[in-house]
Write a protein of this length. Sequence first.
Length: 148
Amino acid sequence: MQRSVSVILFAGLLFSLSLQAGQVYTCKDGNGRKTFQQTPCLNQTITVSGPAYELLSDMRKLSNRGMEINALIGPTVTAIKQCNHNVDVYSAEIAKIQPRLAPFQYKHKDLAKAYVQLQECASCRSAAANNCQSANQYLDIALAKMNK
């Protein structure tokens, strides 16, 4: 009886930890095997070419760049100045995406949703990483729909 209570408590602990773990991404490694990770798949393979796919690829690169900027956020004045500079450069790159997105924003609504998240992805605040993750999720959905 005592052992079964221990097993039930252990199972409950594992379940609660899995809920706290958050999003799990299924990716493929270099050999094509499935891997599981807590961060978005950085090397999604796009199997078809065309303007929408090129746009998606560029948006993915910007999302990854936003995550890099977020990883460098620090408490010093120098780090804050560098972050602001990086965000200015990033924002200029994001602005170049808007005209390319216009022809696809109704057909590929997930690209438009990703764009909104990308606009907040790189900012000098710790919560910006959530926007990068959301952008990657929308890009994953868009890619899956395009590959159908």
